[in-house]
Design a protein around this ligand. Structure first.
Ligand SMILES: [Fe+2]
Length: 546
């Protein structure tokens, strides 16, 4: 079966193509449109589809819309709140439902030749659950989904056996851990549905001073679900205005919500494990991008393995919906082996882009060695290799790399990216060396969705990647799965003794990650980066930036 998955309703519109149970392409619309998160998360934008991402997925597989056996849309308007009720309290819920109902017609317009009768509505949290359980490397797993909201729920706890999903619990709105986190994000002066990871970073600077109150306000209900009482945020600490800095009280509030989230996640996982007795749990939903909470679950929770789908936010529901429909149609789904499911270019195409840009470039004998040399000399490298990543993390395909040994490189990278100085940058490390340097978290950790503690003696050697609380959000690199990145890391270790480099996403503030060669050249042209390593080619900046 050829199944196209589509996420469009809230934010992070994305498309994924599953052919005979195997995911062959997946991409977020923002990488094409260059509009961060693809669109505004407002009901009157519900009709907007991941048009370019969907068209690319089909073209990448040599298919036309008429070749599709089904289109899986990750929201079921039949489950939406009844007309007249308005969950969002902004008067637009009915329009969201109407647009979702009409999605087959919008899809036919966007992808001429598509049969609107082939569109299947997949419940939002089922799509999230399938994006984890059907993509994970386990035949049997428990699955836990937590996000802001779907149709009328914010959570799903279930079990997946050989691709068949059984739902064991689901929490109805308005109770929502994702919306709780969005609220505190907004209160702390960040952008809702976008900047939640900044709250997680800020939490490390505070203490959970309101934990007793939050244990009353946010609690598990003993049946697999939970309740979240309305919270008067301003009575705790005043909101951060756009031009203001955060205070220790704001960091304490971030820490309180973060710790309570972790505790509740442990509660919910405990309930789920008591039902299933499974060894592995898979996670999805926006809350599963909280790598600090994921690590606590891995460390203290009842499951031996915790696997998080790299596009755990709504973008990933495109993949999940497609896998779900493929499985329902009789296809056997193959676990995803990589997040590198987006666009890629061959050497000749990249060289044509470089010639068009009229920049001076070289083709070194081994680009990995050239990059290792520049990094060892404390240069910053824009690394553009292979297919782009599905999900919010740069995993060695669209990355900005630097030497981890200089503490100033954190500030330098945050300046390159034009972002807040409290934000950490993360290390990539050879998988077979990771346990020597990092502890207290799952290894391997190929998708950067857990934090680890840095072992004694290493913090001083790699200060740029150690967060204020002594942790690091690592990406482990397997030599057989990512040979080029591994060769670069090995080359860097030969020169410096460190099997670790700083890895952050290749973009500048407010912009989506670089996706195509032109984005890479634009980013390189405007940011103080010493070397662009693009395919087998390198472009050097004539003047050193450091
Ligand atoms: Fe969601």
């Amino acid at each position: 079966m050829n199944v196209l998955g589509v996420n469009a309703v809230f934010h992070d519109p994305a498309a994924a193509l599953v052919v005979d149970g195997e995911v062959v392409a997946a991409a977020e619309e923002e990488r094409f449109s260059r509009r961060k998160h693809g669109k505004s998360p407002v009901p009157f934008a519900t009709w907007e589809l991941p048009e370019q991402a969907a068209a690319w997925c089909l073209a990448a597989a040599g298919l036309t819309p008429a070749d599709l056996d089904a289109v899986a849309y990750s929201y079921d308007p039949a489950l939406a709140p009844p007309r007249g009720s308005d969950l969002s309290a902004d008067g637009w819920e009915g329009l969201r439902t109407l647009y979702a109902e009409r999605a087959p017609l919008f899809l036919r317009t966007a992808l001429p030749g598509l049969d609107p009768a082939g569109v299947r509505f997949v419940p939002h949290h089922v799509a999230h659950a399938a994006s984890a359980a059907l993509a994970a490397p386990y035949p049997t797993s428990s699955v836990l989904v937590l996000d802001g909201r779907g149709e009328a729920r914010s959570h799903l706890a279930g079990r997946c056996v050989d691709g068949d999903l059984e739902v064991l619990a689901a929490q109805e709105l308005p109770h929502s851990l994702g919306l709780l986190y969005e609220e505190v994000t907004e209160h702390l002066g960040f952008r809702r549905s976008s900047d939640e990871y900044k709250v997680m970073a800020l939490a490390s600077y505070g203490e959970p001073t309101w934990l007793a109150e939050f244990r009353e306000l946010v609690a598990a209900t003993g049946d697999g679900g939970f309740r979240v009482e309305p919270i008067e945020w301003a009575s705790l600490v005043k909101p951060v205005a756009e031009t203001e800095e955060w205070t220790p009280d704001h960091a304490n509030l971030a820490a309180t919500v973060q710790v309570r989230l972790e505790e509740l996640l442990l509660d919910l996982a405990g309930w789920l494990h008591a039902q299933t007795g499974d060894r592995a749990v898979t996670l999805a939903g926006g809350v599963a991008l909280n790598c600090v909470a994921n690590s606590r679950l891995a460390r203290e929770g009842p499951f031996d393995s915790v696997w998080v789908q790299p596009a755990a936010g709504d973008a990933g529901t495109a993949l999940g919906a497609a896998l779900y429909v493929a499985h329902a149609g009789g296809d056997r789904c193959t676990p995803m082996g990589t997040a590198a499911l987006g666009r890629g270019w061959d050497d000749a195409e990249i060289e044509a882009w470089l010639q068009t840009a009229a920049v001076r470039y070289e083709r070194p004998r081994d680009v990995a060695h050239t990059v290792a040399e520049v990094l060892a000399g404390n240069g910053i490298v824009a690394w553009f290799q292979g297919r782009s990543e599905y999900g919010p993390r740069a995993l060695g395909h669209r990355s900005l790399l630097a030497h981890p040994g200089y503490p100033a490189n954190l500030e330098r990278l945050n300046n390159v990216k034009g972002r807040e100085q409290f934000r950490p940058v993360a290390p990539m490390v050879l998988a077979d060396r990771a346990a020597e340097i990092f502890t207290d978290g799952p290894i391997p950790s190929p998708y950067m969705l857990f934090t680890h503690r840095v072992r004694p003696g290493w913090g001083e050697r790699i200060p740029a990647v150690v967060h204020v609380d002594g942790t690091a959000r690592i990406q482990t690199v397997d030599r057989s799965e990512e040979p080029l990145v591994a060769r670069m890391l090995a080359g860097f270790e030969r020169r410096t003794g460190l099997p670790v480099v700083v890895n952050t996403s290749l973009n500048t503030a407010g912009r989506p990650m670089v996706d195509d060669p032109r984005d890479a050249l634009e980013c390189f042209g405007s940011a103080p980066v010493d070397l662009l390593a693009i395919g087998p080619f390198v472009v050097r900046r004539p003047v050193r930036t450091g």
